[in-house]
Design a protein around this ligand. Structure first.
Ligand SMILES: [Zn+2]
Length: 292
């Protein structure tokens, strides 16, 4: 996501810093890390920020994303309940602070993997220590072999940002979509960081072709999901894109589009696609800015 990327948005005023850090401490003090077992060696952890994927077994612990820095101790406690030891490997699905906030701490014990553009962006952010930066980077992807699984780290071009990875288990039992999937919500697409509305949709479509009906789908945000949930999300993207293209070719203004509203604002389960961070108007603005 990126809405709570406080690393990069805090003011230089000492007073503001003090206030915002105490607000952050309050915000995270009540967060609980919840564990969901997906297979004998894979788990999903939820707390605040992007969902965490876990591989644990004889070769040690690998985590995919690590939420916000103030949650690192709670995440370590949750991992210890699975098996002893700190993570040996960390994968960053993209650079946003709600997925990489624990890099400084986890980087002390782990090798961090990410797309090359994640390193490019985080290395320009003084909140990340050298040890908190990805040390193995790739452009198209790589594979990690551990715990009797092969994890494929796949980059499919611009989508949520310009440096997204999806992590697909070799047996297709699990996939972690990063922020290329918000379950039953409009996605945040970070156009300023090289994201792309059409690329986002195409990447989702590509992953639908790669997974099975019984693949357990970890979204960047939201509950554990299925291929059907991802297909429903892709149909919403298609309808939104087609509606926006038609409106642009008929020279509607952005204000007129907002007044009309997205044609199908709720999904087949009658759940509204809008949420606290991406309202209908914000979604329309994102579509318009990228497709106009
Ligand atoms: Zn994100």
């Amino acid at each position: 996501m990126g809405s709570f990327n406080f690393f990069t948005k805090t003011s230089s005023l000492a007073l503001t810093l003090t206030l915002s850090f105490s607000a952050i401490a309050d915000r995270f003090s009540d967060v609980e890390i919840t564990q969901l077992k997906l297979s004998s060696s894979s788990y999903m952890l939820t707390g605040s920020g992007g969902n965490i994927g876990v591989s644990a077994g004889k070769d040690g612990i690998l985590i995919i994303d690590n939420q916000f820095a103030p949650l690192s101790d709670k995440i370590i406690a949750a991992l210890s309940a699975i098996q002893p030891g700190l993570p040996k490997y960390v994968v960053n699905t993209h650079y946003h602070g709600d997925h990489t906030g624990g890099n400084n701490l986890f980087g002390e014990s782990a090798i961090i993997f990410a797309h090359h553009n994640v390193l490019k962006r985080l290395s320009g952010d003084t909140n990340y220590k050298p040890g908190g930066l990805p040390s193995v980077t790739y452009h198209e992807g790589t594979s990690i072999h551990l715990n009797n699984d092969t994890l494929h780290l796949l980059h499919m071009g611009p989508g949520h940002t310009d440096g997204d990875s999806v992590i697909l288990w070799g047996d297709k039992s699990v996939v972690h979509m990063g922020d290329l999937f918000f379950k039953d919500r409009y996605p945040y697409i970070d156009l300023k960081a090289g994201g792309s509305v059409l690329g986002y949709r195409d990447n989702v479509a590509a992953m639908i072709r790669k997974i099975d009906s019984d693949t357990q789908v970890i979204p960047g945000h939201g509950e554990i999901a299925t291929k059907d949930d991802l297909i429903r999300f892709k149909h919403m993207l298609d309808r939104s894109i087609n509606w926006m293209k038609d409106n642009i070719s008929s020279e509607m203004t952005l204000a007129q589009m907002k007044a009309q509203g997205v044609p199908e604002s709720k999904n087949e389960n009658n759940i509204d696609w809008s949420w606290s961070f991406i309202s209908h108007d914000k979604w329309i603005t994102t579509l318009y800015e990228d497709l106009k």
